[in-house]
Design a protein around this ligand. Structure first.
Ligand SMILES: NC(=O)c1ccc[n+]([C@@H]2O[C@H](COP(=O)([O-])OP(=O)(O)OC[C@H]3O[C@@H](n4cnc5c(N)ncnc54)[C@H](O)[C@@H]3O)[C@@H](O)[C@H]2O)c1
Length: 508
């Protein structure tokens, strides 16, 4: 069973020649594979061939491929009018409508046409590969081959064997994905496979932060981009994807995991959807858009506050040193006492705790205390958190001192784990769960996530950079403060933090 992915005369069938089918046909033809295209709508396969050939011509005009390569790639594409035209295929990839019965019916019909060894692959994003395979006689020839949109630019494909898939089929698809110029990662047939599962932490936790009134969407976006290093803020991303599309993915994955609290969606996006505010495509979502660009209110000015002595907690010696050095460099008046002098503004540097808890456990006056997030360094943006009773004078003195060297400062309301600590800890924790559940190998998790989601690093590398023990501390404090099991640490994280080893350490 299966095919040789390096076969020079490989024939690939693509059924469904919409957005995804065209992209798959394009990269296959460039890799020297003959492609037969079929679509249920008459004329659609021919239109797809013409469109992809046009893309090749454009790429050649821009010097991104030679004229000869463009011509030979275009010559590899051939529309077929009926399914029986797919008889010569070594494998067929379907990219038809996302409907279980339609995909089952297609594969059953294909079985009557193709050779007994022909592999049947599905590009489904949200259906079970095993359930699709259950509709055919030879379930061992069916596997998931999940590309991302736009296929030529998103250089990642997930290979998802179903329960009964022949391992040779999985290996052949990994080889083929690689030949097509993509990173091919193997993932178990579970909801969201690897990438869409790993992507649950970002938007979901950011929505929770906004839902708790900690900060508004634009503030959360600024913090995650400038402090934690993400390329795009979660709310900008929700608006770009479409709040309706994002909400239905969030609800679908939550349902498929039987209401696992880690993935519990927020009620906020539903209101936007009900109001018809779907994001960029409707001109308004979490942001308003003018000329296709989000209109963002200016940030509040740094207050011109009277200088007050600042006392920094020594509970975390590394954080103490980093913060006092920064403040001294900015010309702040520091209170170096073991305990704060009367009237000194107190800065605490908690992991996973809110400012109130950190102030009270240290026996500090909560009206004079603020918390600073030091976990991500103090370079891109600094985040300051008030208790519900912090005085305006204390807040403004701390704000002005922290902003003295020109690095922007964001002030948020009290929240366990600030913004970045919460969101990044959730991403790391979900990545660890994916490893723990053997959905994908640690190296594949960290390879797929930056390519599929555009994160600066994979979740395991992110956790290693911050320190597994620190991420664990954030989650344990979040769990203790909220009582919400969504924050319970993954056993994968907990064990590696206790052992002091990398989160990429596989089981021996
Ligand atoms: N668009 C994405 O971002 C994306 C990403 C990854 C995976 N997917 C998955 O890829 C598949 C296709 O998505 P798309 O966005 O390309 O859809 P699309 O609507 O752009 O194209 C689907 C095509 O399939 C054809 N079709 C429908 N039923 C058919 C049938 N029974 N037989 C033959 N042709 C049929 C339609 O005529 C249409 O041309 C879906 O399973 C989707 O979940 C989509």
């Amino acid at each position: 069973m299966s095919f040789d992915p390096q076969n020079g005369a490989l024939v690939l069938g693509v059924v469904g020649t919409g957005t995804m089918g065209r992209g798959i046909a394009q990269i296959a033809a460039v890799a020297g594979i003959d492609v037969l295209l079929h679509d249920a709508r008459e004329g659609a396969a021919g239109e797809a061939v013409a469109a992809v050939a046009d893309t090749f011509r454009t790429l050649a005009r821009k010097g991104r491929m030679s004229d000869a390569a463009a011509d030979s790639a275009a010559a590899r594409l051939c529309p077929v009018g009926g399914l029986d035209g797919l008889a010569p295929c070594h494998l067929v990839v379907e990219a038809i409508v996302e409907d279980l019965e339609a995909k089952r019916a297609l594969f059953a019909a294909l079985e009557a046409v193709v050779s007994p060894d022909c592999v049947l692959a599905t590009n489904t994003s949200s259906l079970s590969v095993t359930a699709i395979a259950a509709g055919v006689d030879r379930s061992d020839r069916v596997a998931g081959f999940h590309f991302f949109n736009p296929v030529p630019l998103m250089k990642i494909v997930e290979v998802a064997p179903g329960v009964l898939t022949d391992p040779a089929v999985t290996d052949a698809l990994v080889g083929l994905g690689t030949r097509m110029g993509h990173a091919a990662v193997e993932t178990r047939d579970t909801p969201g496979f690897l990438v869409n599962h790993a992507g649950r932490g970002y938007g979901t936790e950011a929505l929770r932060v906004v839902g708790e009134g900690v900060a508004d969407p634009a503030t959360v976006d600024r913090v995650l981009v400038q402090q934690a290093g993400f390329r795009m803020g979660p709310f900008e991303l929700l608006d770009l994807i479409g709040i309706d599309v994002s909400q239905s993915v969030m609800e679908s994955i939550y349902g498929q995991f039987f209401h696992e609290t880690r993935f519990r969606p927020s009620v906020l996006p539903r209101q936007y959807v009900a109001a018809g505010l779907l994001g960029r495509k409707t001109g308004r979502g979490f942001y308003r858009y003018a000329d296709g660009k989000p209109v963002v209110d200016p940030e509040p000015e740094v207050p011109a506050a009277a200088r007050r002595p600042l006392w920094v907690s020594r509970r975390d010696p590394t954080a103490h040193m980093a913060l006092t050095e920064r403040l001294a460099a900015g010309g702040a008046a520091l209170d170096h006492g073991e305990r704060p002098a009367a009237g000194s503004v107190c800065l605490v540097t908690p992991l996973g705790e809110d400012a109130t808890t950190a102030a009270l456990t240290a026996g500090l006056d909560p009206t004079l205390t603020l918390a600073v997030d030091t976990l991500f360094g103090l370079q891109g943006r600094r985040v300051l958190m008030t208790t519900p009773v912090t005085s305006t004078e204390a807040r403004d003195a701390a704000w002005a001192a922290l902003a003295a060297d020109g690095v922007p400062v964001t002030v948020i309301h009290d929240s366990p784990g600030f913004v970045s600590q919460r969101v990044v800890a959730c991403i790391v924790n979900i990545g660890c769960d994916i490893a723990q559940q053997r959905i994908a190998a640690p190296a594949d998790i960290d390879k797929a996530v930056p390519l599929g989601l555009g994160y600066p690093q994979g979740p395991l590398a992110m956790g290693d950079r911050l320190g597994p023990a620190r991420v664990l501390a954030v989650l344990e404090a979040l769990l203790a403060q909220t009582g919400d099991p969504r924050y319970r640490p993954s056993p994968w994280l907990k064990r590696r933090a206790m052992l002091g080893v990398s989160l990429s350490t596989p089981e021996a």
